[in-house]
Design a protein around this ligand. Structure first.
Ligand code: SF4
Ligand code: SF4
Length: 136
């Protein structure tokens, strides 16, 4: 008979094994994050099509102060950009309509700070700039 303790113990072991399995990928993404200054954006616009654009309150305020409205929503408890025809609300003719005011996540992409301090690359398979960097 499996007890609650056995179950919890197995769950902890399983979580550790899963975490160890993803460790090599995490390390390689941190190594890319440390090379952030080498990144060259190829301006393909994929980040405006394939990724969920999370917003901060400051991002919303900046865009609203510039006169934009009705562009954000709450999804899965997070503030995020609405999409239109499967891409970002502000993508028009393959160009960002609000480029100088774009959200923080767009400025940082394909990188972010893990726990707010460790530079790391997103697991962004659709970013050719990042894929090119991986090959160097
Ligand atoms: S705000 Fe601009 S840069 Fe950011 S996802 Fe939308 S179109 Fe792309
Ligand atoms: S997907 Fe990558 S290479 Fe393409 S525009 Fe975005 S950041 Fe630049």
């Amino acid at each position: 008979m499996v007890t609650l303790i056995d179950f919890l113990y197995s769950s902890i072991i399983l979580s550790i094994l899963i975490a160890l399995g993803s460790l090599p990928s995490l390390i390689s993404r941190i190594k890319l994050g440390l090379r952030k200054s080498e990144f060259k954006c190829l301006r393909c616009g994929n980040c405006c099509r394939f990724y969920f654009t999370e917003l901060t309150k400051e991002d919303i305020k900046r865009l609203e102060n510039a006169g934009y409205e009705n562009f954000w929503e709450v999804r899965e408890g997070k503030l995020c950009m609405k999409t239109k025809l499967g891409h970002c609300w502000f993508l028009e003719n393959d160009r960002c309509k609000v480029y100088p005011l774009r959200p923080t996540v767009c400025r940082e992409f394909p990188f972010f700070k893990l726990f707010g301090i460790i530079p790391i690359a997103h697991n962004a398979k659709n970013c050719p700039g990042l894929q090119a960097m991986r090959k160097k």
